[in-house]
Every structure is written in structure tokens, then in C-alpha cells.
Design a protein around this ligand. Sequence first.
Ligand code: TXA
Ligand code: MG
Length: 361
Amino acid sequence: MGTKKEAVVWRVDPFQPDPGLIARAAAILRSGGLVAFPTETVYGLGASALDPQAVAGIFRVKGRPADNPLIVHVAHRRMVYRLASTVSALAEKLMDVFWPGPLTIILPRGKDVPPEVSAGLDTIAIRMPAHQVALDLIRAARLPVAAPSAYLSGRPSPTTAAHVFEDLGEYIDAILDGGPADIGVESTVLDLASPVPVVLRPGGVTVEELRAAVGEVRLDPSAAGAAAEGGEGEQAHQKPRSPGLKYRHYAPRAPLILVEGDPPQVVAKVRELAADRIAGGQKVGILACAESAGFYEQGKVLVAGSRRRPEQMAARLYGALRHFDELGVDVIIAEGIAPVGLGLAIMNRLRRAAGGRIHRV
Ligand code: TXA
Ligand code: MG
């Protein structure tokens, strides 16, 4: 971990942030410091992407494995041409349709970009966030900003400034508080190295939206969320294409058990598992859909949102996982939903938080 300090927290209007505060945050980035900021997906921990020491600071304070590359955030297309050595017509099309927004594209890395940003890979992940605070900060700093989600590696991603402060407040310079993140799960990471683009991590832009815009799109085998077996930082057997995918991620402190299947069977199984655990003296948390929450008489039930409105569940997912930690539950039992649309990103996070603890009913 870095040297102990305490981050200053600046509250800003998410649509019209105070330029004076943005300028102060930008000055910290220009001098090599670390600033957490809101995006439409989750909060990011930003550093100058052109400063290897600042980038090293991100890895240090997060406890992030050195082989897990960062996403670089831009505010103008011309930043992309400086960061990437070539930009294909397909990449241009994707940027036209989805930027600013929750789509990260992987391009060949330009020679001016420090290799540390990409953990030594010859590619670079880039996105333009759809959040005024993020865009104003990047513009004011006149820098591309490398930013992973602003939490300790292995924890659920932060969707509020309070989450960031809880994990990283002692180790970073400033936090711009623009209120809760809108989408609540991270961006979709899309690899453009092969002729058919490959989704490495499902996220805020759905696979269905990508296919409607550019035709054929494949899913990396890990995209469903099966990659992370075993403990935090432990490597999966297969070498994943997105290095971040081999680590257990998105995990609350309590073990999470995921139950997948048709809703009536899921409810029955969750009830059975909860009853067993409670009989064994455990404090049980249940992450439920609005439609089924009423069926659980035991355990601490948190409602993620309607099964038919995965955007509600996405926005509340990480906050709910953190809330279970605050409640001090011994185990979390979560209902799965259909892995379509934004549901795929939600199930990817839940499956990976569960590790191998998945019941299919
Ligand atoms: O929504 C988001 O993407 C948030 C906000 C802050 O923008 N950022 C985020 O960053 O989630 P992070 O570092 O938590 O996740 C980045 C993911 C990791 O899975 C990483 O392995 C992958 O992107 N990635 C980054 N660069 C890559 C590259 N060159 N090739 C393949 N995967 C890459
Ligand atoms: Mg992350």
C-alpha cells in the first residue's frame, strides 16, 4: 500500500461540475497524483496514462496484480489516435455508435504510451466515458487518464464516492463525488484483434446492441463468468485473453452461493439453502429479485430490483453486496436471472463472485 494520507472529497454536480474543483483535480493528475472520479459505470481511480510512476501508483494502492492492464479514458477522438498505432474502420464505427458510453475497445498500442499501462501487452484498452465529470476532468488535465475501478482488488466495484473512500481514502489524493453511478456495472471490453470482435467482459453495452450495430460478435468463453475458480488472485487453468478475468473479482467478504434456473425452482432452492444455513447457526443474506422477495421469511433479504428490469439490478448489485458485508452475514445466497441483455453482465459478476458455488436447478 502507499503512504498514508487522507483523500479530499469534492462534491460536484454530475451534469455541471464546478470548473474550479475540476481544475484542482486536474492539477493533481498532471503532477502525478491519484484522483477518483465518477463515470456512468462505476467510479474510476485515475492517473496520467503517460506517467509510468503515476500508473505504478494505481497498481500499488489497489494491490492490483502487475499483469492486469488498465483502461485509458479519453475525452476526444484525437486522443485515441495518439494512444493507438492503428484504428480500424470497425473501431471507428464502434466509437461513432457507442461513445461516449460503456464500451472499451482494445487496439494496438502506440509507441508513446508507457507499457506499464497495458501491463506490457502490445495492445491498449480505451474508452470515452459518458459522464460530464469524467470528461471535464480529462479535458482539464489535457491527458488520457488510466483508471481501473476505484476499489481494492477483489472487492465489489464502487458505485458511490463513499465506497471509494471506504476502500482507498487513506491512499489517494482526491475523490470527486458526483453521486451514485448510473449503470452500476463496468464497461463492456471488446477485443478487435481478430476479424470478428470478441467480448472479453460483458458490461454496460449489451452483446445484442453490439451485434445490431456491427454484425457478428463473439463471446470469450470467460464472458459468461466461469473463469474465476478458487481464491483471490489464484490463476485459472486456461490463459484468458483479458488478464483481469483470471482473478476472483466483485466479491463481497462473505461467500456467495448463486442459484440459477427457472424462478419457481430458484425460490424453492434458495429457501432450502437458507433454512439449512440458518439451522446451522449462520447469519444468511438473500439477494432477491423484487418478484420473489416476498417468498423469503428467513434471512436478511435485499432486493436488487425487478427481474424484468436488469438495469435496476445492475445499478444496485455492488451496493447490495457491500451492504451484506456491513450487515455481517456469514453467507450470501443470490438468485440468478436470465443472462440476456444487461443480465449477462450481472450474471458474469455473480458467477465470478460465487467461484464454484453455483446451483443449477
Ligand atoms: O467501466 C469501466 O470499465 C471502469 C470505469 C472506471 O471506466 N473501469 C474498469 O477498469 O472496470 P478495470 O481495470 O477494473 O477493468 C479493466 C478490464 C480488466 O478485465 C482488464 O484485464 C481488461 O479490462 N483490459 C485492459 N486492458 C486490456 C488489454 N490491453 N487487453 C485485454 N484486456 C484488457
Ligand atoms: Mg475492476
